[in-house]
Design a protein. Structure first.
Length: 696
């Protein structure tokens, strides 16, 4: 009886936990996720990095892979911006671990669509998603406007910016510029074995409103031990190593130059066979690959038979594998309808014209380190074979062909359920693009009614107009905003206000006994915000008697903020940390005095004081932020700079905007009740096991 009672108590606890209303964490899977676990079932073609391009009334071919004994396809649905369709006519062919679906497209509008397949695998139902993988056109284009990106390097942090944050700005730029397609030529992840980087890349890339085509780079092979591992990583989350896709009278060909920077024999054979189909065709061929065959600027004379004059312009990985390079050049020579080869890797621009007909175009890095600048390139290609580089700098062979992006900073902040989505913009005088009507998109949880969301703003918020529509299982809000040099603009859509200030504390500093005139003091700060998230964390310092505070540069590392006070000749330095959240609330710590050791002829040591951590004092803004609906133009008063005194550790709140209120990106938040629930579940299981064993 005791055993039965224990089991019933444990089951009761578990039943309570099961009935808890946990937050949905798989929202927006139709755009940011693959739906079903990819190791069980996934769409292999088309994908978000290799979309199918079809006219209305065509047949869509969907290739699937699954692990199981049998599969049954139930339905195919298509989602676009403000549009949803169900495909009625399906033909399914299955094989061991594979299924091919042929679906006749319904009468539908042109646009970019997500493909969603409902299927049973061994009796279990799955929704399998391939985001943005179908591009439907009224008629095939006579020209293509191309945005070219390379070397995304998701996973690295440089200059206190994560590559994933920098990548967001290219999404915003493309959604404003509206190219026909976006080409991404490799080094997608900084480390190819990093699944989380590929997931970040997929999540951000699926915010492009235009089709994207991708190839791998050498970093995508980094720490990947085998070809099978590469397929499980890059192959699952991005796409195939090499591929071909027709876009009407254009043919896009993607190649993999691997870790070593050249093509393998398998690809050379495949490329020659694939292009032979187009040997007498009027179609123009564009090749994507990571490592450039040529670098530099200007026209190249020579060919695969007379190549000596080409060696000086040939990139080292190709020159060191000259046989492979010449085999590739022979293919270029054989097919005169190859009009462009697009590459990256060198983190700099390069423009070469080979044999007066084939352009070799290389773009600088999007997010990695560079001796020049980060940016993107634009081209216009035509069915008559003309390739026009839309250069930012001088002429066709300018070293500044790429459009610089470092003058435009965009940070996107969203909570786990997409009930908060913020675009935080700051620009400098280097911004090459100015407009009164820049486009910003906000992806919001559609399980809440759109009136549940309010638009908050900080800084330059005049002339902001917004509209919204459906986007699969999301609301998609589209705002038109000004974009000028040397400006800030924070726009936040949120279903809840942020009325709580951040917390901040100085945890410790080292050395605890710095030497006057010699020591650099490193200060460690922790800060967090329970609302929309942190905006900035600063460390201020000054000598006793100084009228002004100086600011030390702060670097963020896994939630800890690190600042360094330079060498100072003094006996004391006063420091304090200041945190500001996206909503404009400011919190500062109490002042901490660091005692320095003064070195004299007879060295003496002045005792140092280790900082004691105190509870920061905060003051919330006196006015609750108010908002206008998404269709209303918000106006705000710029926030004031916090007033910081040298003696009283109080918080001066920022001025509350008249119609909005700002904020910044929170990291993943684990709610207290979720932790408690998990803990209770573990305890319940342990109780059951102990009681059962005790009765044996």
């Amino acid at each position: 009886m005791r055993k039965l009672t224990s089991i019933l108590v444990g089951l009761l606890i578990l039943s309570v936990l099961i009935q808890l209303e946990l937050p949905t964490t798989n929202l927006s899977r139709a755009y940011f996720d693959t739906g079903a676990p990819p190791d069980i079932i996934r769409i292999d073609d088309p994908t978000y990095c290799l979309p199918a391009v079809l006219t209305k009334g065509s047949t869509l071919k969907i290739s699937m892979k699954y692990s199981g004994q049998e599969i049954q396809v139930l339905s195919v649905r298509l989602y676009g911006v403000g549009k949803e369709y169900e495909v009625g006519s399906l033909t399914v062919t299955t094989g061991p671990g594979t299924a091919t679906i042929e679906a006749l497209l319904p009468d539908m509008e042109s646009g970019l669509y997500t493909v969603l397949v409902e299927a049973l695998v061994d009796g279990t139902k799955y929704e399998v998603v391939s985001p943005r993988s179908l591009w439907v056109v009224d008629e095939y284009p006579a020209s293509l406007k191309i945005m070219h990106l390379s070397d995304i390097h998701i996973g690295i942090s440089m200059d206190n910016w994560w590559a994933s944050d920098r990548y967001e700005r290219y999404v915003a730029l493309a959604n404003y510029i509206e190219p026909d397609i976006v080409l991404i030529t490799g080094d997608i992840a900084d480390v190819g074995s990093d699944v989380y980087s590929y997931r970040d890349f997929m999540r951000i890339t699926n915010k492009f409103m235009k089709p994207t085509f991708c190839v791998p780079g050498n970093h995508d092979w980094s720490q990947v031990g085998s070809l099978s591992s590469f397929y499980k990583l890059y192959g699952t989350y991005v796409g195939p190593r090499y591929w071909v896709r027709e876009v009407g009278n254009f043919v896009l060909v993607g190649l993999d130059t691997g870790y070593g920077g050249v093509l393998d024999t398998e690809q050379l054979t495949w490329l020659n066979t694939t292009l032979s189909v187009y040997n007498t065709s009027e179609k123009k061929i564009l090749i994507l690959m990571h490592h450039p065959l040529f670098t530099g600027f200007g026209i190249l004379s020579g060919n695969s038979s007379s190549y000596q004059s080409l060696l000086g312009s040939m990139y080292s990985s190709w020159r060191e594998n000259l046989g492979v390079a010449l085999a590739f050049l022979q293919i270029i020579d054989r097919y005169p309808n190859i009009i462009g080869v697009f590459s990256g890797h060198i983190h700099a621009d390069s423009t070469r014209l080979y044999a007066y007909r084939t352009w070799f175009m290389t773009v600088t890095t999007a997010d990695g380190g560079t001796s020049q600048y980060r940016g993107y390139r634009l081209y216009q290609v035509y069915v008559n074979g003309t390739v026009r580089a839309i250069n930012y700098g001088g002429g066709t062979y300018s070293e500044n062909a790429s459009y610089p992006a470092d003058g435009f900073n965009l940070k996107v902040v969203a909570d786990a359920n997409l009930t908060l989505y913020a675009n935080l913009i700051s620009t400098t005088s280097q911004l090459p693009l100015t407009t009164d009507n820049f486009t910003l998109y906000f992806f919001l949880n559609k399980t809440l009614d759109m009136p549940s969301y309010k638009l908050y703003a900080r800084y330059n918020t005049t002339n902001v107009g917004c509209e919204h529509t459906t986007y699969g299982d999301l609301w998609l809000a589209k705002c038109s905003v000004p974009l000028k040099q040397n400006m800030k603009l924070y726009l936040i859509y949120s279903s809840y206000p942020d009325e709580t200030p951040p917390s901040v504390q100085i945890t410790y500093y080292t050395p605890t006994k710095p030497i006057s005139g010699k020591s650099v003091v490193t200060v460690y700060i922790t800060a967090s915000d329970p609302g929309w998230g942190l905006d900035t964390v600063k460390l201020l310092y000054k000598k006793p008697g100084d009228p002004e505070w100086s600011e030390a540069a702060v670097q963020e590392s896994q939630g800890t903020y690190i600042a360094q006070i330079p060498q100072l000749t003094t006996n004391q330095v006063i420091i304090k940390a200041v945190a500001t959240d996206i909503a404009g609330h400011v919190t500062e710590t109490q002042e901490v005095t660091i005692n320095y050791v003064e070195v004299t002829t007879t060295p003496t040591t002045t005792p140092t004081t280790t900082p004691t951590t105190t509870t920061p004092t905060t003051t919330s803004p006196t006015t609750t932020p108010t908002t206008t609906p998404t269709t209303t133009t918000p106006t705000t008063t710029p926030t004031t700079t916090p007033t910081i005194t040298s003696t009283t550790p109080t918080t001066t709140p920022t001025t509350t905007p008249t119609t909005t209120s700002p904020t910044q990106l929170p990291g993943p938040v684990i709610e207290w009740w979720l932790l408690a629930g998990v803990l209770i579940a573990v305890v319940a299981v342990v109780i059951i096991l102990v009681m059962v064993r005790g009765r044996k």
